[in-house]
Design a protein around this ligand. Structure first.
Ligand code: FAD
Ligand code: DLZ
Ligand code: SF4
Length: 511
């Protein structure tokens, strides 16, 4: 009898996949906890625990639906600790005649599984993961013959193609993008909605990991694990977002405040990236909430959110598959520095960085502007090598998978791709951070001071960045104005700023 072996990866927990529509005795599924995946980055402990807990729950659900499934745990004696070795071993021990897997999201795993299929003697097939709106090569097709890939054009085409927030072939309300309305600072006395957190007991999974020498980072409260670990919880989190957070999502999307780790963000990236829920379900849930409460929820709150899901998320995936593997080697500014030690501890006097890093270590989460304009901004100003930055972002966040991490980090945040994702580097001095946050008031450093002991490091590092990269940036039409300001500055002021920046760069671990 023909017997099929089907591999399910840790980020392919999609119970609506057509694979699972029928129970078939000739099909056996396999899931595995393996060292190649736990060790390709130094992951946050909550990320490894969250993925294992979600994998184990998913496996139990499939088994109770009477699917045949082999689950290889991390410490199983027969675990050979990689996808290919375990699959080869299963094929040699059982009489499988056919092997199938879903398209992986990561280039490294894609290559490994293609090589595996060439090496095995049985037939094989790869199928779609049935999660994304688009195919891997969407950007190559969409921007055929063009040098630049503009996200806004892609986003509009996605809205049209999938009929999201459209009225015929026109955008609902007549305007495509409301980004301009989505840049408010949190009012001083405003208390954001308390985030919905789960109280999962994941002690058994933690014990399993602690029995190994896997190197992780961050902290965990294993009896009160806050992240969703199954589809039911993921849908609850989505529901909570739609009801409680959507009404203010857009307005405060870029806002930051000390000790407010979640604000009006959805925190559904982990659930979506491991495919417990799909982007289509997310779009449908938020649009239906708005349809019911359009008198109460301003349209820009909804549009800002929809843009993140069918715009940025699908676009970043398109960039990844269009540009890998050379994308992972790009270093436009030829940055060579190491990350400051305090990126791993949060022990710095800079309030904004302390808050963003400590919250990342505590929750495995920081929202977009903390990643882009606090940690990413500082790393770029400090000239840190993109490999170092990628490794940090790939490890520390619950939602970090290379396809969406590297495009955001090397692309959007570090401009290491020289402008494939973004049109200019996202850097700022203290004034932007102060405009969008409540960090500066209680900081050791002073936001308005540029030189001297109390000078905010962002201020001199900002000008130092522009000065040292002038040959690469001065012709960029979106930046030219900054160089006019720099050139007009008195030479003694320029010298003082550069000296201050050099002092900070030399003593970066003391900041
Ligand atoms: P919300 O603010 O509620 O947004 C809703 C959803 O929109 C997110 O869940 C996410 O799926 C999507 N989204 C929003 N912005 C982006 C974006 N720029 N790219 C792709 N999708 C987006 N996102 C990841 O999923 N994994 C990563 O590893 C990752 N690394 C990042 C690194 C850097 C340097 C930066 C600047 C951004 C990164 N992002 C990453 C994008 C974004 O910061 C996160 O998706 C978001 O913070 C997740 O939190 P949330 O679910 O509360 O998002
Ligand atoms: C991130 C991760 C980790 C830490 N561990 C596993 C694992 O043990 N087994 C597994 O199948 N997947 C894991 N993952 C997710 C994979 O890294 C992810 O499926 C691939 O990178 C493809 O995107
Ligand atoms: Fe951050 Fe500078 Fe503001 Fe301190 S003063 S919080 S270092 S921007």
């Amino acid at each position: 009898m023909a017997k099929t072996l089907r591999l399910i990866l840790g980020d392919q927990l999609n119970s609506n996949h057509s694979w699972f529509k029928t129970i078939d005795d000739s099909v056996t599924y396999v899931m595995m906890e393996i060292r190649t995946e736990t060790d390709y980055a130094q992951h946050h402990i909550q990320k490894v625990v969250g993925i294992f807990a979600a994998m184990q729950t998913f496996a139990t659900e499939l088994q109770s639906d009477k699917h045949q499934l082999i689950y290889i745990q991390l410490n199983d004696v027969n675990n050979l600790q990689s996808f290919d070795k375990n699959i080869q071993s299963l094929i040699s021990k059982h009489d499988f005649t056919h092997f199938e897997y879903q398209l992986p999201d990561e280039y490294r795993v894609d290559i490994a599984l293609k090589e595996l299929c060439n090496a095995i003697s049985i037939s094989s097939e790869v199928v779609d993961s049935e999660h994304f709106f688009t195919t891997r090569n969407v950007l190559g097709d969409f921007f055929h013959g063009k040098k630049t890939f503009l996200m806004e054009s892609f986003y509009r085409a996605m809205r049209k193609k999938h009929n999201v927030l459209m009225e015929g072939d026109k955008p609902l309300t007549g305007q495509w993008n409301y980004d301009i309305d989505n840049r408010k600072k949190l009012p001083k006395d405003h208390k954001p909605t308390e985030p919905l957190v789960f109280v999962n007991d994941v002690s058994a999974v933690l014990e399993e990991i602690n029995a190994t020498d896997i190197k992780t980072l961050g902290t965990i409260d294993a009896k009160n694990f806050v992240w969703p670990i199954n589809r039911k919880q993921s849908l609850e989190l989505l529901d909570f977002f739609a009801k409680e957070c959507l009404p203010l999502f857009g307005s405060y999307q870029d806002a930051m405040s000390p000790n407010e780790w979640s604000l009006y963000h959805s925190r559904i990236s982990f659930s979506m990236n491991v495919k417990l829920i799909s982007p289509k379900e997310v779009i449908e849930r938020v649009t239906s909430e708005w349809n019911q409460r359009s008198h109460e929820i301003e349209y820009h709150q909804l549009e800002g959110f929809v843009r993140q899901i069918i715009g940025w998320r699908e676009y970043m995936r398109g960039i990844y598959w269009n540009q890998m593997p050379h994308y992972a080697t790009l270093n436009f500014f030829n940055n060579q520095e190491k990350l400051p030690d305090w990126f791993w501890t949060g022990k710095t006097k800079m309030n904004c960085l302390k808050d963003a890093i400590q919250q990342s270590l505590h929750y495995g989460y920081a929202h977009h502007i903390q990643r882009l304009m606090i940690t990413g901004n500082f790393a770029l100003l400090a000239g840190v090598h993109p490999d170092e930055i990628d490794a940090w972002y790939l490890g520390i966040y619950m939602d970090a998978f290379e396809w969406v991490e590297i495009t955001n980090t090397r692309g959007m945040s570090q401009f290491a791709d020289g402008g494939i994702v973004g049109t200019k580097p996202y850097v700022s001095s203290a004034s932007y951070i102060d405009k969008m946050s409540h960090y500066c008031g209680s900081c050791f450093y002073k936001k308005a001071i540029k030189t001297g002991d109390k000078a905010c490091p962002f201020n001199s590092l900002y000008w130092n960045f522009y000065d040292r990269n002038e040959s690469k940036l001065a012709s960029n039409p979106r930046i030219g104005m900054m160089y006019n300001v720099w050139r007009k500055m008195k030479s003694e002021d320029k010298t003082a700023l550069l000296e201050q920046a050099n002092y900070y760069l030399k003593n970066i671990n003391e900041l």
